[in-house]
Design a protein around this ligand. Sequence first.
Ligand code: DAO
Ligand code: DAO
Length: 203
Amino acid sequence: ADTSVEPSTGASFPTSLDGGRRLTGIGLRKTIVLGIKSINVYAFGVYADDSDIKRLSQKYGNVAATELKENKEFIEDVLDQDLRLTVRLQIVYSRLSIGSVRNAFEKSVGSRLQKFSGSENKELLQSFTSLFKDEYKLPKGSVIDLSREQGYVLQIKIDGQDVGKIQSKLLCKSVLDLYFGDDPFDSQAKEDIRSGLASILFE
Ligand code: DAO
Ligand code: DAO
């Protein structure tokens, strides 16, 4: 099958997933440790279900292809609506502990919950982080799929194994926003993902 390779890590992503979701863009999640050192934590790819995204063609059919990816309302609709998407993460950092995943998650996703709802949503955040059990291991090469399934169910798989799911429109949106919202981990990836999503409407 065809793949797309994230250049700084060599992580490779199939251009489509089982079930037909198609790759729209790939990127890199980095973090700064000890205030100075930048490390690559994981590479990611964002996949979208074509037929779900095409449900937006009625609304945006008259917008030019080149303008659609810059259209704020279009991106808002993709973030908000019940459209199936998967973010695949491939761990590249070799010393990732579940505790640091939990901390990072509380910061990144926590800030989005606050931004979109105006409240901390501690319980929602904890219901999610409680799925991150200490016995899981995330060695380099682990693959995590975070999917929004029908009915705003956020589903998590590690190396293809179900880890848990939570039904929450707000949580789904908050996770997706990290990758192609306004203040993303990787801004080039955001551009690519937005173009990829927009191009689905014009084929
Ligand atoms: O070992 O001190 C350290 C650095 C750990 C950085 C952890 C960043 C975690 C990012 C979230 C990963 C989600 C799979
Ligand atoms: O990079 O800050 C971030 C957000 C990453 C989301 C990671 C979710 C990880 C869920 C799986 C952990 C299971 C132990």
